[in-house]
Design a protein around this ligand. Sequence first.
Ligand SMILES: NC(=O)c1ccc[n+]([C@@H]2O[C@H](COP(=O)([O-])OP(=O)(O)OC[C@H]3O[C@@H](n4cnc5c(N)ncnc54)[C@H](OP(=O)(O)O)[C@@H]3O)[C@@H](O)[C@H]2O)c1
Length: 260
Amino acid sequence: MTYTLPAAGILQRFGLTGRVAIVSGASAGLGVTIARGLAEAGADVVLAARRADRLAETAAAVEATGRRSLVVPTDIGSVDDCRRVVEASIGEFGRLDVLVNNAGTGEVGPAHKQPSGEFDRTLDINLAGAYRLSVAAAAAMTDGGSIINISSVLAFTTAGIPQAAYAASKAGLLGLTRDLAHQWTGRRGIRVNAVAPGFFATDMTEGYDAHMERRVADRIPAGRLGSADDLLGAIVYLASDASRYVTGSTLTVDGGFMIS
Ligand SMILES: NC(=O)c1ccc[n+]([C@@H]2O[C@H](COP(=O)([O-])OP(=O)(O)OC[C@H]3O[C@@H](n4cnc5c(N)ncnc54)[C@H](OP(=O)(O)O)[C@@H]3O)[C@@H](O)[C@H]2O)c1
C-alpha cells in the first residue's frame, strides 16, 4: 500500500480560518477564554449565554484578535433559544462548523440537603442543554463539523466534594458524546468529542471552601489548579482538522488529577 502525503502540513491543520463556532457559556470563566482561543486560531465566534452585558465583553476580546463575533443572549434551558442561536449564526456568517457545549452550572452540597428540584435543574442545563444545542447545531452543519462537550474529571472520579447532580450530569455528557458521535460522524461528517477538565479557578470553583480547595490542589501532580489557557490546545485540536479521525473520545486536561 502506498502512503500519500496530506496536502496541508500538520500546523496548518490546526487552523480554523473560515470556520464559524458557537461557544455556550461565553459570558464568564472558561467560555470567555475558549471563545478567544478559537478566534486566535482563525474562527468567527458566536457567543451564547444569558448575560448580554458580559457577552459584549467577550465579543470585544474576540474582535481584538481580528475575527468577527456575534452576541446572542441564550438560555440553553430553552429549545427555542437553542434554535435561535443557530439561526443567528447562519444568518450572520452563512455557516456553522464548531459547537462548544461549555455552559454549565454546579452546586456543592450534600445530597440529603439539596433543595427540591435542584438535581433536575442541574441535569437540565448541563446535560439536556448540551443535547438541545447539539441537535439544533447539527441540523445546520451541512459541511460537517465538530461538537465539543465540556464534561469534567468528576464524570470519572470524585474529589470528595459532594456534587452528586453535577457529577451525574458530567458522566451523562460522556454517554451523549459517544452516542451522537456514532449517529453523526458517518452520516453527517460531524465529529463529537468531550473534554474533561480538572480544576480551574472560575466562578464555579469559588463555591469550594479553603479546605476543599487545598484537598483538590494537593492531589494535582502538576502542582496547581488549571488556568483557562491550559484548555485551549485541547479545544483547538478537537475543533480543527488536526483531529479529523478523532470522534466519540474524551480528552482529559487535569494536570494529572485523575492518575493521583
Ligand atoms: N471550573 C472548573 O474547574 C471546571 C472543571 C471541569 C468542568 N468545568 C465545566 O466547564 C464549563 C464552564 O465552567 P466555568 O468554570 O467557566 O463556570 P462559570 O464561570 O460558572 O461559567 C458558567 C457559564 O455557563 C453559562 N450558563 C449557565 N447556565 C446557563 C444557561 N441556562 N444558559 C446559557 N448559559 C448558561 C453562564 O452564563 P450566564 O450566567 O450568563 O448564562 C457562564 O457563562 C462548565 O460546563 C463546567 O461544568 C469547569
